[in-house]
Write a protein that binds this ligand. Sequence first.
Ligand SMILES: Nc1ncnc2c1ncn2[C@@H]1O[C@H](COP(=O)(O)OP(=O)(O)OP(=O)(O)O)[C@@H](O)[C@H]1O
Ligand SMILES: [Mg+2]
Length: 266
Amino acid sequence: MLERDRHNFSPEALRSDIGDLGDESAISTIAQLTGTGDDTVIELDQVTKTYRSGDLNVEALQGISLKIERGYFVAVMGPSGSGKSTLMHILGCLDTPTSGTHLLDGADVSGLSEIELAQVRNKKIGFVFQAFNLLSTLSAWRNVELPLIYAGIARNERKERAFEALGAVGLLTRSEHKPGQLSGGQQQRVAVARAIVTNPAIILADEPTGNLDSRAATDVLGLFDELHQKGRTVILITHEQDVANVARRIVHIRDGKIQSVDERSQ
Ligand SMILES: Nc1ncnc2c1ncn2[C@@H]1O[C@H](COP(=O)(O)OP(=O)(O)OP(=O)(O)O)[C@@H](O)[C@H]1O
Ligand SMILES: [Mg+2]
């Protein structure tokens, strides 16, 4: 390794180093750092979450083990109180498990601090929420650009990538519109563009059709399917069977445990 490259931890630099070493354990370490080791994007092993409020402990997740491969479209379904939101908070690095391990893109994120979790979220996860969560004073493309500002990307590149993401959801002609000038379905499309603009390892959608009429819902679900067809990893949280049916795999949870997993042919 050249002295001037000593602080270059880019995946390319790390891989070329490893090429010289050719050593299995070093390769697996680098795979963990760069997230290119295999095709598993998420791996939960015996994850539990216990909420403590006063004297009462609620065991919201009771040993969830789950693997999601790159490019999969997975729905998590379950009745009210089954632990869907709790699971989503963990998958989205908004919270950490009480016990068990959570690997995201090859790296263990189970014990990270708040600040480290925020960095992982910005880099690795695109969120789509039921209520769109767009800023009403900003145009569509300015909303889409936001995660790139947090990621420290330069202005010109931000604009280019925001427009590219809006193109991918079929909304280029609405890029200067503010959320109030868009239909619900279009607002959710802008939110999807915002979720994909950082090129995240996973797109995590929490009841994304909950505030849409059935036509707009079908539209947005079609968009998720399209992203999946293009190789994105999509995780959809829902309590509705019709919504879950668009996914390739449905994970049913109940009382904080996985009850069954349906693999569906497509
Ligand atoms: N912050 C918290 N403190 C204490 N208990 C909590 C907390 N959040 C959730 N719970 C409990 O954990 C269990 C799982 O809740 P969770 O919100 O994950 O369910 P859900 O499947 O998302 O339900 P819904 O479909 O109604 O949104 C519930 O029994 C709930 O009361
Ligand atoms: Mg919930």
